[in-house]
Design a protein around this ligand. Structure first.
Ligand code: PEP
Length: 261
């Protein structure tokens, strides 16, 4: 079972889906149905245009809001970008950084993710730092090499005492949006390796406290077995977070599997 000292964290990444009205309706339903889960962190990441409205809708609830990306600078001449300071100002609490879609389609690299990680922590936000290998990398036996490189880049500019407060997300690229989930044993093996790496780069306390989500086709019927693993502290959910029943079931079963209900 996941370590009871680490609060489960379930986050829904809505990506570039939903109109404002649809997002508000979904956020409202999730808020109403997850209100009783004070033992876990529940987070929704809408498209940036909807952030303010969703923050307002979720005010005074136990559901927090994440951005899906941000710029590394606090402000400046960066047309089309959004800064971590501006996100914090809206009431956003988390930022997903280094998602594989950003790495694949928008040229994000390890060094850039590290800079963004630094500036989000400076702004008082909690980064959700994503790492994960492609299918070709896994088949070539390079999973740990790739994940370690991405992890080192993501944490490069953070102090040991800061790392315990961030969230990591292990998302094998071959499992994202494919319906193909890593087995709990495959996920646990990589999560444990990530935690060991954090211990060697940022110390035992950071490794003990940092929460590591699994992401990749998480559904109501596989969340419990994933959460049963010692180093899996939650999930970053894409497709299944767009449906209230699915996401609420994932949260419910994760809390239950963590022995917190
Ligand atoms: C994701 O995009 O982070 C993700 C895990 O997506 P899905 O749950 O749809 O595989």
């Amino acid at each position: 079972m996941s370590n009871p000292n680490r609060r489960p964290i379930l986050a829904g990444n809505w990506k570039m889906h939903l109109t404002l009205a649809e997002g508000l309706a979904l956020a409202t339903e999730i808020r109403n149905r997850c209100g009783r889960f004070r033992q876990a962190d529940v987070v929704l990441a809408p498209v940036s245009l909807a952030l303010l409205s969703i923050v307002e809708r979720l005010a005074d609830s136990n559901v927090a809001v994440a951005a899906q990306n941000c710029h590394a600078a606090a402000k400046g001449a960066f047309t089309g970008e959004v800064s971590p300071v501006q996100l914090r100002d809206l009431g956003v609490r988390y930022v997903i950084l280094g998602h594989s879609e950003r790495r694949q389609f928008f040229g994000e690299n390890d060094e850039g993710v590290g800079k963004k990680g630094r500036s989000t922590v400076d702004a008082g936000l909690i980064p959700i730092l994503c790492v994960g290998e492609s299918l070709a990398e896994r088949e070539a036996g390079r999973t740990l090499e790739v994940v370690t490189r991405q992890l080192d880049g993501a944490l490069a500019l953070l102090l040991p005492e800061e790392v315990g407060g961030v969230v990591l997300a292990y998302e094998p690229v071959w499992a994202i949006g494919t319906g193909r989930t890593a087995t709990p044993a495959q996920a646990q093996e990589t999560h444990a390796a990530i935690r060991r790496r954090v211990a060697s780069t940022h110390g035992e306390d950071a490794a003990k406290n940092v929460r590591i989500q699994y992401g990749g086709s998480v559904k109501p019927d596989n969340i419990a077995e994933l959460m049963a693993e010692a180093d899996i502290d939650g999930a970053l959910v894409g497709g299944a977070s767009l449906d209230a029943d699915s996401f609420v079931n994932i949260v419910t079963r994760a809390v239950h599997a963590s022995g917190l209900e």
